[in-house]
Design a protein around this ligand. Structure first.
Ligand code: FBP
Length: 319
């Protein structure tokens, strides 16, 4: 069975990018081991601070962020990093050539209940002869050179694209390596499974209300087929299910806080997941445009997300 370094070695991936991917995934193994310690290591619970988005930070949000930040800053190929837990971008090595944006621990509300969480990352090629600025980092998602996540579930899995399809690797703790277990993953165009936080229903637009209402009516309604519902409350878990067995995932705009375009962050949640879905034959949109075409205007910008089975995303957008 091929492992990650074999797959990268046989690809056209530049050596410097291989280094960034190896540093990222090795650090995720350390995060996975820390997670397994949980209460034993006293790392559950709140950190007592808020991040720039006004969210209370969990201890593991801070621990995983510090682990990734330290490892990536020490990697000569890294020019700058951006993180959900960092207020601003952090310039690293001026002569580095890669930007990496990451959500160190996605699914924070699942951490203390021992449920699925993950690390999401998005990588861009960018060079310059001065320390990087936030403006340098605001690049459209379609320019990503690599995107992926590491899912901390019953097994630890890496899901990765470098622009030539999507591969899934399962971590082998005995031999300390990621082994290729699913190559060239494809998402079915049709589906009968949707994911949305139904408790937000009263805040959705009428269009999303009617779209979801038609799903729930199933065979008795205009969709003339039954739909199942799932909600992991960690985007990494919901997207992984869709890459494994299809489906559609929505975190639409809602008027709970009309000033926000959505809950999820463009640079380190929506963009990397959009690249993975498109590389697997799916689609990823806001209500109005393809996510990978969005010109970012801020590092912590939020967007609405509708992603998954291509025909079902089109169906949703038709509302
Ligand atoms: P963070 O945990 O990284 O802040 O991510 C946001 C998130 O947890 C997503 O992973 C998930 O899809 C969504 O929020 C869950 O939202 P809700 O709590 O409304 O169900």
């Amino acid at each position: 069975m091929q492992n990650l370094s074999d797959v990268l070695a046989s690809s056209t991936t530049p050596d410097a990018l291989k280094t960034v991917l190896t540093v990222t995934t090795d650090t995720c193994v350390d995060i996975s081991n820390a997670l397994k310690q949980g209460s034993l290591a006293g790392i559950l619970g709140m950190a007592g601070n808020e991040n720039v988005q006004g969210e209370e930070q969990k201890k593991l949000d801070v621990i995983s962020n510090d682990m990734l930040k330290e490892a990536l800053m020490a990697c000569p190929a890294v020019r700058a990093i951006a993180s959900e837990e960092e207020d601003y971008i952090v310039p690293a090595n001026t002569d580095g050539e890669y930007f990496i944006a990451f959500d160190p621990l996605d699914g924070s509300s699942n951490i203390d209940i021992n449920a699925m969480v993950g690390t999401i990352f998005s990588i861009y090629h960018n060079t310059g002869d001065a320390p990087a600025t936030e403006a340098d980092f605001l690049i459209q998602g379609k320019e990503q050179v690599a995107a992926g996540y590491v899912l901390y579930g019953p097994s630890t899995m890496l899901v990765l694209t470098t622009g030539n399809g999507v591969n899934m690797f399962t971590y082998d703790p005995i031999n300390s390596r990621f082994v290729l277990t699913h190559d060239n993953v494809q998402v079915a165009k049709e589906t009968q499974e949707f994911a949305i936080n139904m408790s937000n229903q009263r805040f959705w637009s009428n269009k999303i209300q009617s779209y979801v209402s038609d799903l729930v009516q199933g065979k008795e309604g205009p969709r003339d087929k039954n739909f199942n519902m799932r909600w992991v409350a960690a985007m990494v878990g919901d997207v992984h299910r869709i890459l494994c067995r299809g489906g559609v995932f929505l975190y639409p705009w809602d008027n709970k806080d009309p000033s926000k375009a959505g809950k999820l962050r463009l640079m380190y949640e929506a963009n990397p997941m959009a690249m993975l879905l498109e590389q697997a034959g799916g689609k990823a949109h806001t209500h109005t445009q393809r996510i990978l075409d969005i010109q970012p205007d801020a590092i912590h910008q939020r967007v609405a997300v509708i992603l998954g089975a291509a025909n079902e995303v089109d169906k949703c957008l038709s509302y």
